[in-house]
Design a protein around this ligand. Structure first.
Ligand code: HEC
Length: 158
């Protein structure tokens, strides 16, 4: 009895699965006759694009700005140095050593260490700041290329 019930459930499940397959195969062939690609990506910034501003900026870093060694690509280091000295030095010092970001008991870590070893953290802080800690957001202050130059230069700091 039990076995028979199980078996018939199984057959029903198989049949349902088959229908699903049939439907998706049909849908697939339907799609193929259209000229549009099967999966359409929303245009960046369009109503269908649901990435938050934060996500979009972080995705840009991961997919476009970092090379395989975690170095920022396409940074003009001379411009980055100038921008750092004008904007960041007053708080972080000209060598970036005025604030130590480490916890007690850990070796000290400064702007350069963070930029080399934890660029996602660095990039997030540079773009969106941290009110609680007193770091301001720069996403609306500088064009993207300036932020890239600053991030690239910061990776060369001691
Ligand atoms: C008005 C002062 C001020 C200015 C200007 C400033 N910062 Fe900061 N920044 C801070 C403070 C304060 C912190 C938090 C320090 C702490 O928590 O020990 C911080 C934190 C950071 C962090 C976070 C590091 C980490 O790993 O947690 C980064 C990255 C950073 N700043 C980069 C920059 C860059 C790049 C600039 C220039 C574009 C800049 N800051 C300009 C005050 C400033």
């Amino acid at each position: 009895m039990k076995f028979a019930r199980l078996a018939s459930t199984g057959i029903l499940a198989l049949a349902a699965y088959g229908m699903l397959l049939g439907i998706s195969a049909f849908a697939g062939s339907d799609k193929a006759t259209e000229s549009k690609p099967a999966v359409q990506k929303p245009e960046p910034g369009s109503p269908g694009d649901t990435l938050t501003r934060e996500d979009a900026r972080m995705a840009l870093l991961v997919y476009k700005l970092l090379d395989k060694d975690g170095k920022i690509k396409g940074a003009n280091l001379k411009r980055g140095e100038k921008l750092f000295m004008q904007n960041c030095k007053p708080c972080h010092g000209d060598d970036g050593h005025r604030f130590n970001f480490s916890n007690f008991n850990e070796p000290p870590a400064f702007i350069g260490d963070r930029a080399r070893k934890e660029m996602p953290t660095f990039w997030y802080q540079l773009n969106f700041g941290d009110d609680d800690r007193g770091m301001q957001a720069y996403i609306d202050e500088f064009p993207l290329q300036d932020l890239i130059d600053i991030a690239g230069y910061a990776q060369t700091m001691p």
